[in-house]
Ligand binder design. Structure first.
Ligand code: SER
Length: 392
């Protein structure tokens, strides 16, 4: 085990760009928001000052309206990633956000000895990033969160987005450059060109509509759950610091709305706010509300989790469903961050993660049926969350 711990630390150190950590050196050469928050949690086991610096840099990317962009460019690597500033039509980064896991990361650091004055300095910024979601990502005032782009969920090609993506034209004014496909062993591990055309159409449409979501807006039980968890983490930190933020009340309101979206199948629903249709999709994302249900063991979604467990762990899609694809990104593979989050309610997912890493190293994702490593190598959050899991 010690050599894996050393290897995990080495990956963070190699992927360190001073103030932020790249997700992987080749495929993702910039800062990604939720990757950075998970990286900070890993840094807490190496160097707490560096962990705090990661969060500072991340929160300083925040827009005036509170949005933390999902990508902040490293200007030295603009040619190594597509799409860049010319497509986003923004010099510094992307114009959408990503799951707000930074409050969880700050609480994690606080519990492990981060400086109290520093924790205090993050509170207003975190509250503002949460406010961004409440204000700009709830177009039908449901107390739930609708993503503006599949990339905003972090689960880019999750089967649940097919419904909204079908309504998005696959026509773009920019040129499509699939730099990513050349950087993985097999292009079938990445989203398709048709999906990329639609992703880019959404980006162009955001530019054309003052960043107001129009062609794609899908209420997402995973994104809502992660904001509930974020508000709850913020509330606990603020309680300790004797600061009042109203975060728990906001979490409670969302939780009530979220838990009411469950169907008889156990899965929680998605809602497409473009054509106003509610639907089910057998994804891991639609089981996320379990993470905020204190009674999760009696929740009808709990036994459904078993349908997502292959020999090597928790699949991002129900294994027997016809859309399941064991190799393709978020359409079936196992990810260490979702394993980590679900290990909060079931310790098996920690064991699965450690076994996967022993077998296939610190990969971006893994085949849940045979444990093969997929996507990028030397992947930051796999290393960072491994450090968290072995230290708990
Ligand atoms: N995850 C996306 C990519 O693969 C963008 O955030 O590049």
């Amino acid at each position: 085990m010690q050599n894996l711990i050393d290897e995990a630390k080495d990956i963070l150190i190699k992927n360190d760009r001073g103030d932020f950590t790249v997700p992987s050196p080749h495929l993702y050469p910039h800062l990604w928001a939720w990757d950075s928050a998970f990286a900070a949690m890993g840094w807490a086991h190496i160097d707490m000052d560096r962990a705090q610096r990661e969060i500072d840099y991340l929160l300083n990317t925040q827009w005036e309206n509170g949005m933390v962009p999902h990508i902040t460019f490293d200007q030295a690597h603009l040619n190594d990633y597509f799409p860049g500033p010319d497509v986003w039509e923004h010099p510094l980064g992307s114009t959408i956000s990503q799951p707000p896991v930074w409050a969880m990361a700050v609480e994690y650091l606080f519990k492990r000895g981060a400086d109290e004055a520093w924790v205090r300095s993050t509170i207003d910024k975190i509250k503002k990033t949460h406010d961004f979601f409440h204000t700009h990502r709830d177009p039908q005032n449901k107390n739930l969160i609708a993503i503006a782009h599949p990339w905003e969920s972090g689960m880019d090609n999750c089967v649940a987005w097919d419904v909204g993506m079908d309504l998005v034209p696959n026509k773009i004014r920019n040129e499509l450059k699939r730099v990513d496909k050349e950087k993985v062993a097999d292009a079938a591990e990445r989203p398709t060109d048709d999906q990329y055309l639609r992703y880019l159409h959404i980006v162009e449409s955001l530019v054309d509509n003052q960043f107001i979501p129009t062609v794609f807006k899908t209420y997402d039980p995973m994104m809502t759950t992660l904001l509930v968890l974020g508000e709850e983490a913020l509330a606990r930190v603020c309680d300790k610091l004797e600061i009042s933020t109203g975060a728990q009340a906001r979490a409670d309101k969302m939780k009530e709305a979220l838990l009411a979206t469950q169907t008889d199948s156990g899965y929680y629903t998605y809602h497409n706010a473009v054509d106003d249709k509610t639907y089910n999709s057998p994804t891991l994302g639609s089981l996320f509300p379990l993470l905020v249900d204190a009674e999760f063991k009696t929740n009808s979604a709990y036994p459904v989790l078993e349908k997502h467990i292959g020999e090597f762990g928790l699949s991002s899609h129900q294994i027997k469903d016809t859309s399941f694809d064991e190799k393709c990104y978020w359409r079936g593979p196992t990810w260490i961050n979702t394993n980590y989050l679900f290990s909060m309610i079931d310790k098996r997912f920690k064991e699965y993660s450690i076994d996967l890493i022993k077998k296939s190293g610190f990969r971006e994702y893994y085949n849940p049926l045979n444990g093969d490593g997929l996507g990028a190598t030397q992947f930051t959050w796999s290393a960072a969350l491994f450090l968290c899991m072995v230290n708990e």
